[in-house]
Design a protein around this ligand. Structure first.
Ligand code: HEM
Ligand code: HEM
Length: 190
């Protein structure tokens, strides 16, 4: 297991997936926060009111949505990139095997079993996000609403995973697996 854990293919795909996921989350936070269509709408409405132009809340929100659109296109673009990276990840895994211990192995510690399940559940939930995201954009109209309903929940598991994962690898680096983070960056040194 260990020789494939930090090899080049494994590290490159790990950081490519990590960067794309963080970028996707950035677009989500911009959509929910600074670039929220209603927030932008009320700024537009107030600014226009100063020069005597009155528009409805709905029109203001529609303008806000159009301003947000070019930013949001990058969510979908990054989503397609992540679909490609996911397929590459699965090809690498089918050639090399998993880079962590199988959770079904007898005699592994509870911590390792938890870690392995965390990675496996993460990949299953990520597949759900990718399929539902793809279906919102490309699927039939009558499936759009149920797909959206599931897709928007992606935020919960993603944030939970990132907190557990980064917390876990930092704790490992401070504890028994010193240098694990730098090995994930530059590989195993001879
Ligand atoms: C959103 C960001 C991230 C995602 C989605 C992510 C995902 C993953 C996944 C799924 C694995 C399991 C092995 C694999 O399939 O590649 C893994 C392993 C690992 N990640 Fe991340 N990761 C992220 C960010 C980070 C960061 C910021 C660090 C460093 C602080 C890091 C360090 C590691 C290390 C050291 C391993 C190997 C752990 C082990 O095998 O015991 N990751 N990551
Ligand atoms: C792991 C990958 C992904 C994550 C974590 C994610 C996350 C999210 C979240 C949290 C939202 C809701 C934003 C809100 O509440 O306003 C959202 C919306 C959306 N996502 Fe994703 N997404 C991912 C992948 C994708 C992919 C692959 C596509 C398409 C190719 C996509 C297309 C969309 C679209 C079109 C919406 C808007 C839905 C609406 O109008 O309500 N996403 N995404």
């Amino acid at each position: 297991m260990n020789e494939k854990r930090f090899n080049l293919a494994h590290r490159l795909i790990h950081w490519a997936i990590a960067a794309t996921v963080l970028f996707l989350l950035l677009t989500v936070f911009l959509r929910l926060g600074w670039m929220n269509k209603d927030n932008m709408g009320s700024i537009i409405k107030e600014s226009l009111a100063k020069s005597g132009t009155i528009i409805s809340n709905e029109d203001a929100a529609a303008i806000g949505k159009s301003v947000r659109k070019p930013m949001w296109n990058y969510h979908v673009l990054a989503g397609y990139v992540l679909i490609g990276l996911y397929v590459i990840r699965m090809i690498i895994t089918s050639v090399q095997g998993i880079a962590y211990q199988s959770p079904f192995l007898k005699g592994i510690s509870i911590k390792d079993r938890f870690k392995s399940w965390l990675y496996i559940i993460f990949y299953i939930l990520m597949a759900v996000s990718l399929v539902t995201g793809f279906m919102i954009v490309n699927g039939p109209k009558d499936l759009k609403e149920p797909m959206e309903f599931i897709h928007v929940k992606s935020l919960y598991y993603m944030i939970t995973f990132i907190i557990l994962h980064i917390g876990g690898v930092l704790l490992a680096d401070f504890g028994k697996e010193k240098g694990i983070v730098s090995r994930m960056i530059s590989g195993d040194k001879q």
